[in-house]
Design a protein around this ligand. Sequence first.
Ligand code: HEC
Ligand SMILES: [Cu+2]
Length: 354
Amino acid sequence: MKDWLSKFRALVLFGIVALVLSACGRENLTALDPKGYGAEVSLKLILLTTIVMTSVFLVVIILLIIVLVRFRRKKGEPLKNVPQVEGSKTLEAIWTIIPIILVGIMAVPTVVATFQLADTSDKDEHININVTGYQYWWHFEYENEEIATSQDMYIPVNKKVYVNLISNDVLHSFWVPSISGKLDVNPENVNTMFIQAYEEGVYFGKCAELCGPSHSLMDFKVVVVSEEEYEQWVNDMKSFNSQELELDAVAAEGRDLFEEKGCVACHATDSQNFVPGQKPIGPDLTQFADRSRIAGILHPTEENLYKWLKDPESVKPGNKMTGAYPELSDEEIEKISAYLMQLSPSEVTAASKE
Ligand code: HEC
Ligand SMILES: [Cu+2]
């Protein structure tokens, strides 16, 4: 009875764990439901290798069970000599050739896909985004457009978009599980791949290389919009000028504080002074109010913005803003927040796609 109970307990525990884990996948953060070319190719390879390996496992287990059952010594049956197969050339050949064929079945499509994804011959005919990884945020510069964003990357649906990846500090890795494969982001050299999204929406991107205490918080979003929306968005971004914004008294004071407190030294707030190739020190805040998250991870609420400006260290340990600006009073934070929430150049936003 006791034995039965402990088995039952184990089963319930297993059931709960399975249930909890099965809810881990998120629609826009899973490699198992591809919404883009690289992710689709990757999933095919994952399925192929899984099928090959599962088949090998099944064949071995079935053979083992047959042998165990069929050749089991019956009760009272005398021990008998069985023919020895050691050194059999035929057997040796079979179990060398079969694995070689299996490895071939997995290797050929993998190598073909790798070369296909690394092919950059038509790079100049498509949109190029120069991506820089920083501890713990991402910067996106849209080649030939004279605009940049941080944290959120906008691309048109069904278009090939090349990302040219480089790091400003340590090794990172660029990964949008639902849309693309992974590619290393190195400080020494530019790595390039193309991404192509099949459906509009907001997809989660991750840094996939351990890069410091806030590595797991180094999230970004890929906002996939229609072609017309993309053009509109680019134009809105280009023409946005934070100095010409009509602000209420509180936000206007916030804009002054943003300069007085030295925030401007690290953060751009429009594309007016854009210099191609220039690496900013902090995220570009031009479309801060249109972001789906604050600092890549916090939902865009007043409390969260307060939390970030009061003590960024409590949000992202080891980030490069902590201690780099004078302490702000609650009143100053309120004013600066009012200003930052006016930085909304376009109607095309992450929220409009979620
Ligand atoms: C030394 C440069 C530096 C200074 C000065 C600085 N910041 Fe930052 N700021 C950063 C960096 C770096 C990050 C990104 C941190 C991360 O995500 O790892 C950041 C992030 C932010 C974010 C979140 C950005 C996003 O994209 O969601 C806001 C908002 C912000 N800073 C506002 C301010 C304000 C307001 C001031 C002035 C009081 C200021 N910063 C001063 C470097 C700086
Ligand atoms: Cu990283």
